[in-house]
Design a protein around this ligand. Structure first.
Ligand SMILES: Cc1cc2nc3c(=O)[nH]c(=O)nc-3n(C[C@H](O)[C@H](O)[C@H](O)COP(=O)(O)OP(=O)(O)OC[C@H]3O[C@@H](n4cnc5c(N)ncnc54)[C@H](O)[C@@H]3O)c2cc1C
Length: 582
């Protein structure tokens, strides 16, 4: 893998950090009038020692952390990923072992002070907004997915900050943040993957009020812990009747389950994917009974899905950088293949797709930051749930975040695979061997359209938001038109907006619901590309001179691709408008 600082050597990421992310808007919302810094000045409590006093300090703090992450990922872990992949994780007699390079890499990253990035300061976390977490995710996933999961999984515990009782938070979060545990997400079962509402692992309450769990979960990443560090498995189980309302959410310790085996997989060799048996396993109820899937798991998955979007950008960047080096050094017909028009064209497409993915992920992170922290601060001020859910700002941004989260996960994971495919193609036959890193990147990329909800499930989550959001008074329409008003929009982007309206019309005209549903992906694709295209053009217009011209050129080419895709999707929808069955 390329050895460099994966933050400071990434010019597009730096543009976002230095010029595009609206820190003046985000930081005050996140820091709530620099509440933690004031606390530190009053109490001297070390937990708040790094809290910034103003926007400039916050930016410098984020920069220091991302630079440290870029250094450890790019200069240290990158030199060990091949060994981790070859050695892989092993299972014997109920125990899982990781390659020693994995343990060393995770320890090195902890020493770099970049953990735990998902928890708030009051619990011992770094206190980073989602926008910065997205950049962190990109950096660590660029180096290696198995590493990034092993290192980052503890941050799944962030859901406890939102939903657990104060006693549970105080007991468990500081221990997780302090490195006593890693975390795992116990949802999937052998017979229920996408179909989570019907899972069967049973939770029973005994007469002393304690819960025990019985059943089997499949594909649970890191349920075994990492080295000597055990896991907290955040587990979905049935405490009541049928369907989603019968499900609750439990905190289970890995010492109380049996790891029955790990999967032999095409990728993520160093990341153990465990079969977990619960046999009268103690579980602590998190939050209230019956909200396990609809509120808590979905809350956890929304965070995880933004993480996968960032993963897509990171892995795609790794693929592009490998392809660029290969294209510059492989000589055919007397010149580097990177000078051959067909290859040049592929490289340019990869680059603009990554630019679009990064825009989309960071915009997704921004929408979460814009509502989530305001909601938290309103809670702290003692506002009721009703008052919070009626707050105009919270409502507006939450709706957008509910759309941008699945859309970012869907698009970045699919596009990452496309970029990895292109990168391998550029490597020719060498790409098909294990001599080059692209083979591992390509294999590992394949999972990201599947886990944490497949592409089809993300599309199902997004389609309602596109349709209602594009109505005459819909908030997606308002948001897009507001974004377009922030820069001198090109004719092409204005045309694309009209094309999106036509695509919504074309979708609605499909009469049979079964046929219409099957075209959701075409409509969501158009909506996503229009959104990404607007962000590309908006950010280009924040630049000057050559940088402006360069980014505008990429934005224009991206939007040409989008127009062609949108027109073709609309054409297909038209053809199927009167078809009554697939
Ligand atoms: C390496 C790896 C790590 C994983 N880590 C975890 C983990 O840590 N925790 C955890 O709980 N799970 C984990 N999973 C499980 C993962 O989340 C599931 O595999 C995924 O949700 C899909 O479920 P499934 O495999 O049962 O596929 P299925 O649900 O059987 O889906 C098969 C196909 O049908 C499609 N499909 C299903 N339902 C619909 C629908 N209603 N509409 C349209 N299409 C549909 C899917 O999109 C897919 O293409 C992991 C899986 C792998 C391989």
């Amino acid at each position: 893998m390329i050895k460099s600082n994966y933050f400071s050597s990434n010019s597009d990421m730096l543009l976002h950090f230095d010029k595009f992310i609206p820190w003046n808007e985000l930081v005050p919302i996140y820091e709530n009038n620099f509440h933690d810094a004031k606390k530190y000045n009053e109490t001297g409590n070390d937990l708040f020692a790094t809290a910034p006093n103003n926007v400039e300090e916050a930016i410098e703090y984020y920069r220091t952390i991302l630079d440290a992450a870029g250094d450890v990922a790019g200069n240290f872990v990158s030199q060990h990923v091949k060994a981790m992949d070859i050695k892989g994780a092993h299972y014997e007699n109920g125990k899982v072992t990781h390659p020693k390079e994995m343990i060393e890499s995770v320890n090195k990253a902890k020493e770099a002070g970049i953990q735990p990035y998902g928890f708030q300061r009051k619990f011992g976390g770094l206190g980073l907004p989602f926008t910065v977490r997205a950049l962190m995710g990109e950096i660590i996933y660029r180096v290696d997915t198995s590493f990034a999961i092993a290192f980052g999984c503890v941050n799944l515990g962030e859901i406890l900050e939102r939903i657990a009782s104060k006693e549970m938070q105080d007991e468990w979060i500081p221990r997780m943040a302090g490195g006593e545990f890693c975390a795992a997400m116990g949802l999937t079962e052998p017979n229920h993957g996408s179909d989570l509402p019907n899972i069967t692992t049973k939770a029973t309450k005994s007469s002393d009020g304690k819960w025990v769990l019985n059943g089997t979960k499949r594909f649970i990443t890191q349920a075994c812990g990492l080295g000597e560090t055990p896991s907290i498995i955040l587990t979905l189980a049935r405490s009541g009747g049928n369907g989603a309302r019968g499900l609750s959410f439990f905190l289970v310790q890995s010492k109380d389950v049996q790891i029955a085996g790990i999967e032999k997989k095409m990728g993520l060799h160093a990341s153990p994917t465990c079969e977990v048996v619960f046999e009268n396993t103690p579980g602590l109820l998190i939050g209230e009974e019956g909200f396990g899937l609809v509120r808590y798991t979905m809350g956890m998955l929304n965070g995880a899905r933004m993480g996968i979007a960032a993963q897509g950008v990171g892995m795609a960047t790794a693929a592009l950088e490998e392809a660029k080096i290969f294209a510059a050094t492989r000589i055919q017909f007397g010149k580097p293949i990177g000078e051959i028009p067909a290859i040049k064209k592929i490289l340019r497409r990869m680059e603009r797709e990554i630019m679009a993915m990064r825009c989309l992920t960071l915009e997704g992170g921004r929408t979460v930051d814009m509502y989530y922290w305001r909601m938290e601060h309103l809670k702290e001020e003692g506002k009721s749930d009703k008052e919070i859910s009626n707050d105009e700002e919270v409502r507006h941004w939450m709706k957008l975040a509910d759309l941008l989260t699945p859309v970012s996960k869907y698009y970045c994971s699919e596009m990452c695979n496309r970029v990895a495919y292109d990168a391998l193609q550029i490597h020719g036959g060498s790409g098909f061997t294990e001599d080059y890193d692209i083979a591992r990147i390509y294999r590992d990329a394949r999972i990201i359209t599947i886990y944490d909800g497949t592409t089809q499930i993300q599309v199902m989550a997004a389609i309602g938001g596109v349709l209602s959001g594009m109505s005459a008074t819909g908030n997606f329409r308002k948001y897009l038109t507001n974004e377009i008003s922030k820069f001198p929009a090109s004719k092409r982007i204005l045309n694309l907006f009209t094309t999106l309206e036509k695509a919504v019309g074309g979708y609605k005209e499909i009469k049979a619901s079964e046929v219409r549903d099957s075209f959701s992906i075409e409509l969501v694709e158009v909506a996503t590309r229009v959104l990404a295209g607007i962000q590309l053009e908006k950010t280009a217009n924040l630049l000057e001179g050559e940088a402006l011209a360069y980014r505008l050129k990429h934005a224009n080419e991206y939007n040409i691709d989008s127009q062609a895709i949108a027109l073709s999707n609309i054409e297909k929808m038209k053809e199927f408008a009167n078809v009554d069955k697939l």
